[in-house]
Design a protein around this ligand. Structure first.
Ligand SMILES: NC(=O)c1ccc[n+]([C@@H]2O[C@H](COP(=O)([O-])OP(=O)(O)OC[C@H]3O[C@@H](n4cnc5c(N)ncnc54)[C@H](OP(=O)(O)O)[C@@H]3O)[C@@H](O)[C@H]2O)c1
Length: 281
């Protein structure tokens, strides 16, 4: 099926994180198989073949992972069926004979995590640990890359985060960790890495950095929880989506996302970037 023996399988290559990981592996000369839902949208990379599978399609997933020893699994797009998709894909990977799976989880994943999506990650982590495959878990904090998109048209960052802090991490740093682990998975077996930036910022700090970067005032408005639900009702969505959006901020408020970890530097040998550096300041 491939010119490369036992390629590394990379999911999510049509997306931001998986695309970065695939590009780094290609630059490092690692043979890979990009497992994507829409092959037309996969990046064209040296040493990479493209196969089609969605996580929920176990038959396609099992075929796509045939002959793969090491798998990078990006967590599925948030949806009501996400947990089932994770379960289907993890089962397919084990059935296909994958030996080591690297999964993008979330900082502090737990069944009762304040950030509701972190509860899905807890379930995926348990499925992976029970699968018989060797594993590495990358518990990413919020990507600093997404913060600018949280700013409203009125240049206000709003949410019930109080003066809580968040050790935002860049997608580039997460991708470098993932690529390093995928190149030598045995060295990272049964390890759970907390992937954070080097500092923990309040939302006021984030607004100040954006003000300097954009050259116009950006401010943080600390909503009450009721205000947060109310302001988000402007977008038609399901209740679980509103809960996830609001708990993004309440998880910051309660301190769950403030720990600073040395794991990015330990794995990559590079100090992770700050939000100011990410913004080019
Ligand atoms: N820590 C954070 O701040 C943060 C922020 C956003 C998202 N996330 C999570 O981290 C993941 C990666 O982030 P990202 O920024 O790279 O997101 P992204 O740009 O939306 O990319 C997600 C990738 O996963 C693929 N994918 C999603 N669901 C899938 C499924 N059911 N079956 C097969 N492929 C699937 C997508 O394929 P398509 O191109 O076909 O859709 C895409 O390639 C996200 O999927 C999300 O779970 C974390």
């Amino acid at each position: 099926m491939t010119s490369h023996h036992n390629p590394v399988a990379v999911t999510g290559a049509t997306g931001a994180l998986g695309g970065r990981v695939a590009r780094i592996l290609a630059e490092r000369g690692v043979g890979q198989r990009l497992v994507v839902r829409t092959p037309d949208r996969a990046p064209r990379l040296h040493g990479a073949e493209v196969v089609q599978a969605a996580y929920g399609d176990q038959e396609a997933a099992r075929a796509a992972l045939d002959g793969v020893k090491t798998l990078f699994m990006v967590s599925a797009k948030e949806s009501a069926g996400r947990r089932e998709e994770h379960r289907a894909f993890i089962e397919a990977a084990a059935a296909a004979g994958v030996e080591h799976i690297v999964y993008t989880s979330f900082l502090g994943a737990a069944p009762d995590a304040v950030f509701t999506h972190a509860r899905d990650h807890d379930e995926a982590e348990h499925l992976i640990k029970d699968s018989g495959m060797s594993w590495t878990l990358l518990r990413d904090n919020f990507y600093m890359d997404v913060i600018p998109h949280f700013v409203g048209d009125d240049d206000v960052l709003r949410g019930p985060a109080g003066d809580g802090r968040c050790s935002l991490v860049s997608r580039d740093d997460v991708a470098r960790v993932a690529a390093t682990v995928l190149e030598n998975p045995d060295a990272h077996a049964a390890r759970t890495y907390d992937l954070t930036g080097p500092e923990a910022l309040t939302m006021t700090d984030m607004a100040e950095a954006l003000t300097r970067s954009w050259g116009r005032p950006v401010r943080f408005h600390n909503e009450t929880i009721d205000e947060a639900y109310e302001s988000r009702r402007a977008w038609p969505a399901e209740q679980w989506e509103y809960d996830a959006w609001v708990s993004t901020y309440t998880a910051i408020a309660c301190g769950d996302l403030s720990p600073i970890s040395g794991d990015v530097e330990d794995v990559t040998g590079r100090v992770p970037m700050t939000f100011a550096q990410y913004l080019g300041l």
